[in-house]
Unconditional design. Structure first.
Length: 372
């Protein structure tokens, strides 16, 4: 049967066709012109037999139109043709509230696991060596990123949020909501850890003969905020807290050294994050493996810098738990106020500046070429 033997039918149009056979078929047929590979061949039709349709009513066709066939699994048709023929379900961008919730829960996961490992190591001697704590932090970062990355981009770090905004990768209008959500997630995680470990904290303070809120209580406050040099040796020793030993420890590591350590560590982390997420970097792992390498980077940095400053790299990780410790009885041991601003300069300012510098170094000095 040639092309001229039946009328032209537009793509997607269903018509009755009783022209098959000499006297027509016993059951009327509906013809549907394929809009795909046969777009230029009007004589090719898909024939559908309808047995339970009132063929005397045209409204029946409007109420119950036959559906076009599903596309083949391994279609070789051009992408543009498939998109034109088969509609895809639109995906809406998440709202700011959803992104804030994602940052909240992502940071909560990070702090609950990471600071939880610190609690276990300081209070219960559950980990042997810094590497075990570092690995838990790395895994916590991986899990947090995998959990919320598709919603908010999984910053879970105010320093990274600010750095991304400075270099045009994040809108400035979202910076304050992100930072507030991250800090609140860290605060809630710290409160949960205090609920779980409060008995062991009290036992450690009794063992060290210290009173919460006095200078010696740094041996337990270190489970929340961070201090330089790392007072872990004071907490793990078998003797009560000795202020002279603490002063000798502090004399070995200055404020400028601590500032530079946090600055450098966060800069390296930012370089890795920017490099792994740069679409021009052909040597980067696939996107679903980037969280693994980011977590390993943090674990490596913690192994080197944690014995010095406890390795913050994340203002929310320090300030959220530190604020909770201040309210939970540690007082000026947690936040000394204007008398000692090292907690502000070393653990908030230095990571932010380091993240901005690391992003600049990757984008303008180390960025891969277009042909990479």
């Amino acid at each position: 049967m040639g092309p001229s033997s039946r009328p032209f039918v537009r793509s997607g149009q269903f018509v009755r066709d009783n022209s098959f056979g000499k006297n027509g078929p016993k059951l009327p047929l509906a013809c549907f012109r394929l809009p795909l590979a046969y777009e230029d061949c009007p004589s090719v039709f898909c024939v559908f037999v309808f047995r339970d349709i009132d063929y005397n009513s045209r409204a029946t066709y409007r109420r119950n139109p036959p559906k076009p066939p599903d596309p083949p699994r391994n279609s070789t048709q051009p992408e543009a043709t498939r998109k034109r023929a088969y509609k895809t379900v639109p995906t809406n961008s998440p709202s700011l509230v959803r992104m804030m919730l994602a940052e909240f829960f992502g940071t909560l996961i990070l702090i609950l696991l990471g600071c939880g490992a610190v609690h276990a190591a300081v209070l219960l001697d559950a980990q042997s060596g810094i590497w075990q704590v570092a690995v838990v932090w790395g895994v916590a970062i991986m899990l947090a990123i995998y959990t919320v990355n598709s919603i908010s981009g999984s910053h879970i770090n105010p320093a990274m949020t600010i750095s991304l905004a400075v270099w045009g990768r994040h809108p400035w209008r979202h910076v304050v909501p992100y930072v507030a959500s991250q800090t609140m997630g860290a605060f809630v995680a710290a409160s949960l850890l205090f609920f779980f470990f409060s008995g062991f904290i009290a036992a450690k303070e009794a063992e060290k003969n210290v009173v919460r809120g006095e200078p010696g209580s740094v041996v337990t406050a270190m489970c929340y905020g961070e201090y330089y040099p790392n007072p872990g040796s004071l907490a793990s020793s078998d003797v009560p807290y000795d202020p002279q030993v603490h002063e000798q420890l502090r004399s070995r590591f200055s404020h400028s050294q601590a500032f530079l350590a946090e600055f450098l560590g966060t800069a390296i982390l930012a370089i890795v994050v920017f490099a792994l997420t740069d679409p021009r970097n052909g040597a980067a792992p696939t996107s679903n493996l980037a969280p693994v390498f980011i977590g390993l980077t943090v674990s490596a940095l913690i192994s080197v810098i944690a014995p010095l400053t406890q390795a913050c790299f994340n203002p929310a990780r320090d300030f959220g738990p530190r604020l909770f410790a201040y309210l939970a009885g540690w007082g000026q041991v947690a936040i000394p106020g204007l008398s000692d601003l090292s907690w502000l300069t070393v653990y908030i300012v230095a990571p932010i500046l380091g993240a901005i510098a690391g992003g600049a170094l990757q984008l303008f000095v180390l960025f891969p070429s277009e042909t990479a």
